[in-house]
Design a protein around this ligand. Structure first.
Ligand SMILES: *[C@@H]1O[C@H](CO)[C@@H](O)[C@H](O)[C@H]1NC(C)=O
Length: 258
């Protein structure tokens, strides 16, 4: 498409501006189409007519397979799954609850991207993260029930420069970028007996996540280290206290609440 009248500069400018708007709209549609193919978009609409769902987010197949095979899960008959952006969203129900189960792959980036995709595409009222829970407390055993009040992502570190003690300010700390509030993990504390002294790894501090709440000011970050567990799920999880878990484990475990 071209501006027909080149005699009037004002008109040409208007036409160009209009063209830009049209181009921008086309780009938006194209981006949407690129993110979700037309047949997937149809599937998404179809699925959402039956919502809302509980999202079940699982890191890997090893953890997901037992859930899929469990008689507690009934796959949807009409549309059991939809593949979008390399992820398979599986629909069905667990008990009374309609669920969408999705495998993320390992790592925070994968779980973040997949969970966001789940929330963006589908009518989801809550997320349950399902999988193996590691544990560093030798008092806890398989089959024990722990109900954490908070969780933290301890994968974001700031390294203290070799030669610097813990009292030394970190680079960009005064900027509000980093903090010496959590962690203070000094590698030399974990050396083999008799190693003594420091080592080149020095120490690390755990860093809180930078968060941009949906109701906050865009680009104005907040920091969050301990994330409180949603009160509703906390109440629900507390009901597990008396639940027998013998069927989950081969050897009887002890149950306790934290
Ligand atoms: C780590 O421990 C070594 C040895 O005690 C010490 O020299 C160093 O300052 C410590 N570093 C930090 C960041 O705490």
């Amino acid at each position: 498409m071209a501006a027909r009248s080149s005699s009037s500069p004002a008109k040409t400018t208007t036409t160009l501006a209009l063209l830009l708007v049209v181009a921008a709209a086309a780009a938006a549609v194209a981006a949407e189409a690129a993110a979700v193919a037309a047949d997937a978009a149809r599937g998404v609409r179809q699925v959402n007519r039956r919502g809302p769902y509980l999202g079940v987010v699982v890191p890997n197949g090893f953890e997901m397979e037992p859930l899929l095979r469990s008689p507690a899960f009934s796959p949807a008959k009409k549309l059991p799954y939809l593949d979008v952006a390399g992820r398979r969203f599986r629909f069905g129900s667990i008990g009374e609850k309609k669920v969408i189960i999705v495998m993320t792959g390992l790592g925070m980036l994968n779980s973040g991207v997949t969970t966001q995709l789940l929330l963006t595409l589908f009518d989801v009222e809550g997320i349950v993260h399902f999988g193996i829970a590691g544990n560093a407390d030798p008092d806890l055993h398989i089959g024990d029930v722990t109900v954490p009040r908070y969780w933290a992502h301890t994968g974001l570190w700031n390294w203290q420069r070799y030669g610097d003690g813990p009292e030394k300010e970190l680079a960009l700390e005064s900027n509000g970028d980093y903090t010496r509030k959590y962690g203070a993990l000094n590698f030399s504390d974990y050396g083999v007996a008799g190693g003594g002294g420091g080592n080149l790894l020095n120490g690390v501090w755990y860093q809180p996540e930078e968060v941009f709440p949906a109701d906050g000011t865009p680009e104005s970050r907040r920091h969050e280290f301990w994330v409180p567990v949603d009160g509703r799920y906390y109440q629900l999880a507390q009901k597990l206290e008396a639940m027998p878990l013998e069927r989950c484990v081969t050897a009887p475990g002890r149950r306790r609440r934290r």
